[in-house]
Design a protein around this ligand. Structure first.
Ligand code: WT7
Length: 558
């Protein structure tokens, strides 16, 4: 290899097989507690190679896109690494997504891998069949059997006959590694592109310094591999560092993997912490937590109460809590305390410090840089860093428009932040219409796209939710002449958007809009937060009665 070339799978596997072949790479914490499965680096390399050879046999070539639709399991991790090994580009789709969402995410793809979920049996295969019907470019579907249930296909079983050696493809540092779809406030989800060397370097170094990871530690990140947190801190960061990483098949709702697996760093979303907090301290204190060294929080703001409980009860006031701010776009953690630097103070509920090489800037509405402390502004990053997404797949224009053009010369994160008098950063929430339910980005546009015979128009906004951080609230305008009962419609619509949506009826006849026809979501937001007397500037509002009607409707709902 020359300087700009590397092999990611060699960095994550072969290197460690040379030094410690029998070290455990993955602990698969299945939905059946106590039945965890350990996979060593040697075994993971073999599985990866077999899969790499299987993919090649199926005709997958360097640069081809492979969609992986599997819950966290060793085969899913090996599938990601197998793509990297042969130079293919992976797209992991969260296994909780519907066939429609899956289809939206594989339209650019060519091939597909999937498995069925254990514990709770969810028929992923049916979802895949439905999605693939809408994607003519898909050439082949490979299925793995997670359960004994009969599923009408099982090609991945053939894989065990493949050779355990698979020559790693030598990649240029800027070659594509993966696409990961994330929601925006408008349009279809965007496939963010991450590339090879910079991404791997950034995940490995942040994993080491933010969590104060040391050789021999057991790293437990509760995130699905379908999200960026799973990519960076379940798979790539820990494996590049030769660590042992825990794969949670789903969020643990039973006590207590920390004690059983002797987890040293625990990383999860505030939603789970807020949920646990409600059950009282007993449930936590009953289990041995002496293995814990660092506690991490990710995906959404952590309120002070949850932070204090995490620190005092879960960590016995002994483990630093790191509130880590980052995004799918940033590849890895950008703002966070760093316990690896001893002596640095850590304050509750604050991401605080930019990571090495990250230079944040706060800008005002007019694009001026705010240089002083004790100010709020749009959070931007003023120079490139190794882990940043390179583009949106097939839509570089959208990438430029979303991230680089709003504040020329800066990368715009979409978040607002406050810089304290001491110069620490505290995130204040999204500046756009993206909402964050339980640490997951929910695209308002995707939800507003509800196709139902009775719906003329809809608007989705976020509102504060005690456990989930934010809930999604939908306003629906019915088509004229709809004569179905409100209750029945309400049920049908809730069914359609499943559990993602809160509230809803009564249905207004129209939505408040500007004269140019844009829905005024900030007005809807205030009404839902019961702040109808603080609607702000309404000079651009087209039809004041629309607002009156919604305020009345909301009062009736309370
Ligand atoms: C958005 C990114 C970070 C990986 C998981 C989510 C919000 C993320 C924090 C935090 C306050 C946070 C931001 C960000 N967010 N971490 N520590 N404090 N807000 O990745 O789905 O790309 O969402 O999540 O609004 O922009 P994502």
């Amino acid at each position: 290899c020359n300087d700009s070339q590397s092999s990611l799978s060699v960095n994550c596997l072969d290197r460690h097989v040379h030094t410690a072949p029998n070290k455990v790479a993955l602990i698969w914490e299945k939905d059946e507690p106590g039945k965890e499965v350990r996979v060593t680096y040697r075994e993971l390399l073999e599985l990866t190679c077999r899969l790499g050879n299987t993919l090649k046999r199926q005709g997958v070539k360097r640069g081809d896109r492979v969609t992986i639709y599997m819950p966290p399991c060793p085969l899913a991790v090996a599938s990601m690494l197998a793509c990297a090994r042969i130079g293919a580009v992976h797209t992991v789709v969260f296994a909780g997504f519907s066939s429609e969402a899956l289809a939206d995410r594989i339209r650019d793809g060519k091939r597909l891998l999937q498995t069925d979920r254990g514990g709770k049996v969810i028929e992923l295969k049916q979802t895949v069949d439905q999605a693939v019907r809408a994607c003519p470019l898909v050439k082949r579907v490979l299925v793995s059997m997670r359960t004994e249930q009969k599923v009408p296909m099982s090609e991945l079983h053939e894989m065990m006959k493949e050779d355990v050696c698979c020559e790693p493809a030598v990649m240029e540092s800027e070659d594509l590694l993966f696409l990961l779809y994330t929601s925006g406030s408008t349009g279809k989800p965007k496939g963010l592109v991450h590339s090879q060397a910079g991404y791997l370097l950034y995940t490995a170094i942040t994993h080491k310094y933010v969590f104060d990871y040391h050789d021999g530690d057991i790293f437990g990140c509760v995130a699905d591999i379908g999200w960026i947190t799973g990519h960076s801190y379940v798979v790539y960061g820990p494996l590049c560092n030769g660590g042992t990483t825990v794969l949670f098949e789903s969020t643990p709702v039973y006590p207590n993997p920390v004690e059983r697996l002797r987890i040293n760093q625990f990383y999860g979303a505030p939603t789970a912490i807020r949920l646990l907090l409600r059950y009282g301290d007993e449930w936590v204190k009953r289990y041995d937590r002496s293995s814990l060294k660092t506690l991490g929080s990710v995906g959404e703001p952590i309120n002070t109460e949850a932070w204090e409980w995490y620190f005092n009860v879960v960590g016995d006031a002994r483990c630093p809590v790191v509130d880590t701010w980052w995004q799918t776009e940033t590849g890895g953690i950008c703002i966070s305390p760093r316990p690896s630097s001893p002596g640095d103070e850590i304050l509750p509920g604050m991401a605080m410090r930019p990571f090495f090489g990250i230079s944040p800037a706060l800008l005002d509405d007019k694009g001026n840089i705010l240089t002083q402390n004790n100010v709020s502004g749009a959070l931007c990053i003023s120079q490139a860093w190794p882990g940043m997404a390179r583009t949106i797949y097939n839509d570089h224009k959208r990438f430029l428009e979303t991230y680089l053009m709003p504040y020329p010369g800066f990368f715009f994160t979409g978040d607002g932040a406050y810089r304290t008098s001491q110069g620490y950063y505290q995130l204040t929430g999204r500046l756009d219409d993206v909402i964050n339910v339980s640490g997951h980005r929910l695209g308002t546009a995707e939800l507003e796209d509800i196709v139902h015979r009775a719906v003329a128009e809809s608007a989705v906004i976020g509102f504060p939710h005690e456990i989930k951080g934010e809930g999604a609230y939908v306003f629906i305008v019915l088509k004229k002449g709809t004569d179905v009962s409100q209750e029945r419609l309400s049920n049908e619509l809730k069914e359609l958007v499943s559990k993602k949506i809160h509230g809803g009826s009564p249905f207004p006849t129209r939505l408040p809009k500007t004269r140019s026809g844009k829905i005024m979501r900030r007005v809807l937001k205030k009404i839902v937060e019961d702040k109808a007397d603080e609607l702000g500037d309404l000079t651009t509002l087209d039809d004041h009665e629309a607002v009156e009607e919604i305020i009345e409707g909301h009062k009736r709902l309370l």
